[in-house]
Design a protein around this ligand. Structure first.
Ligand code: PNS
Length: 169
């Protein structure tokens, strides 16, 4: 039997968490009783931050939301949802270009398990925001303050400096 708690996941790789992610998580926390920010820890992709680092950053960023917690998952998202009694996936949609792939994933996830995907339109001020772009702009010295939390900016600056040093030694 389904639990009466309306529990959702906000999945992603969050490498690193941006203010756009936090906006979607915040709005999911109003819609659902409990929200799990599920960090994909599949090893196949190379990341700037480790799974533990990404989860720590999210825990800090989500401390302000009492009904939000952070967890990691490997493998299929639908398996995680089934194992943790989650029946909804919340995804932010930035633009029409996001829709094709997100619709495909939503339909695949719904065919694999009885899980609904709820699309939340990204707030206009974050519609251009993506972790990959933040990393690229920051790598070349661009100003990304205001797009990520201040403590994430510090960690990102430090990590990019480490990478620069490694590359030049
Ligand atoms: O932040 P991202 O990289 O867009 O997040 C993508 C993520 C982690 C949500 C997606 O790749 C995912 O759900 N991966 C888990 C593996 C899985 O279930 N794949 C089938 C998707 S239909």
């Amino acid at each position: 039997m389904r639990s009466t708690v309306r529990r959702a996941v906000c999945p992603g790789s969050f490498d690193p968490v941006t203010n756009g992610h936090i906006d979607i998580i915040s709005r999911a926390s109003f819609l659902f009783d409990e929200v799990v920010v599920a960090v994909g820890v599949n090893k196949s992709k190379s990341r700037l931050f480790s799974a533990d680092e990404r989860m720590d950053m999210l825990s800090e960023a989500c401390r302000q939301f009492p009904n939000v917690r952070v967890d990691g998952f490997a493998g299929l998202l639908t398996s995680y949802c089934q194992e943790h009694d989650v029946h909804a996936i919340v995804k932010g949609l930035r633009a029409v270009s996001d829709f094709d792939y997100e619709l495909q994933m939503a339909q695949m996830n719904s065919s694999l398990a009885e899980i609904e995907t709820v699309f939340v339109p990204t707030s206009p001020e974050y519609s251009f925001l993506a972790s990959s772009l933040v990393k690229e702009v920051a790598t070349f010295g661009g100003d990304v303050s205001g797009l990520i939390p201040d403590f994430v900016l510090e960690l990102l600056t430090a990590r990019l400096a480490e990478r620069n040093q490694e590359a030049s030694s």
